[in-house]
Design a protein around this ligand. Structure first.
Ligand SMILES: CC(C)(COP(=O)(O)OP(=O)(O)OC[C@H]1O[C@@H](n2cnc3c(N)ncnc32)[C@H](O)[C@@H]1OP(=O)(O)O)[C@@H](O)C(=O)NCCC(=O)NCCS
Length: 180
């Protein structure tokens, strides 16, 4: 059995520091999560402070995989969609600590985020991942459909442009069927 559990990350100073360090470490290791390396601690903290504020407004949920109080990974479910897309949500900032990868942590985080989305009556999830050094095979394995690729979309954290791949997945509605 995995020695971690998945739950919302509380907006505490300790959690802020753990998320900051996770983001800095992910970027330093080449993860394409919106930032360039080296990522300054202040910039990382500002990102998560804004994220906590958005979570407090109910616009997103920041989930963490914890071993006790120790943060191993995170994913964010973005719920703040336009008025004509109340059935949709987005997956963002999926990261597992470099020394904890390959243990099923991201898989568990994605399962929890999807369950949360279903509970919020969201029937369509979308996400994107870098073409180079991204997690496209991981998302394909989880049942996401590749919609397409946009070339030269962003800089990789250590420099050089990469494309981005868009994915989507339908979620079951509460009666167990899949929305169309
Ligand atoms: C992508 C990431 C979150 C996966 O975390 P993880 O906790 O190691 O994932 P899991 O252990 O749940 O992996 C499940 C499976 O997917 C595979 N996998 C994970 N990441 C993969 C990747 N980038 N490419 C291909 N396969 C991958 C694992 O090898 C594992 O396969 P297995 O079950 O056959 O052993 C992690 O590599 C990471 O933080 N990467 C940097 C940030 C990033 O790219 N995030 C995605 C942004 S969209």
């Amino acid at each position: 059995m995995p020695s971690f559990d998945v739950r919302p990350v509380p907006p505490s100073p300790d959690a802020l520091a753990a998320l900051r360090d996770l983001l800095i470490g992910t970027v330093a290791n080449g993860g394409s999560v919106s930032f360039m390396h080296p990522l300054a601690p202040d910039q990382a903290e500002a990102f998560w402070n804004n994220a906590f504020a958005a979570a407090g407004r109910g616009e997103r949920v920041i989930l963490g995989a914890f071993d006790g109080d120790h943060l191993l990974g995170t994913v964010t479910l973005l719920l703040d969609c336009p008025p004509n897309q109340p059935h949709r949500a987005e997956i963002a900032k999926l990261m597992t600590r470099v020394d904890q990868r390959g243990r099923g942590i991201a898989t568990a985080l994605m399962a929890a985020a999807e369950a949360l989305a279903v509970a919020r009556n969201r029937t369509l999830l979308v996400l994107d991942t870098a073409t180079e050094d991204g997690a496209a095979p991981f998302y394909s394995r989880l049942g996401y459909t590749r919609a397409g690729e946009i070339p030269d979309y962003a800089f990789k954290p250590l420099g050089g442009l990469t494309g981005t791949i868009l994915f989507w997945k339908r979620l079951p509605v509460s009666d167990g069927t899949t929305a169309h």
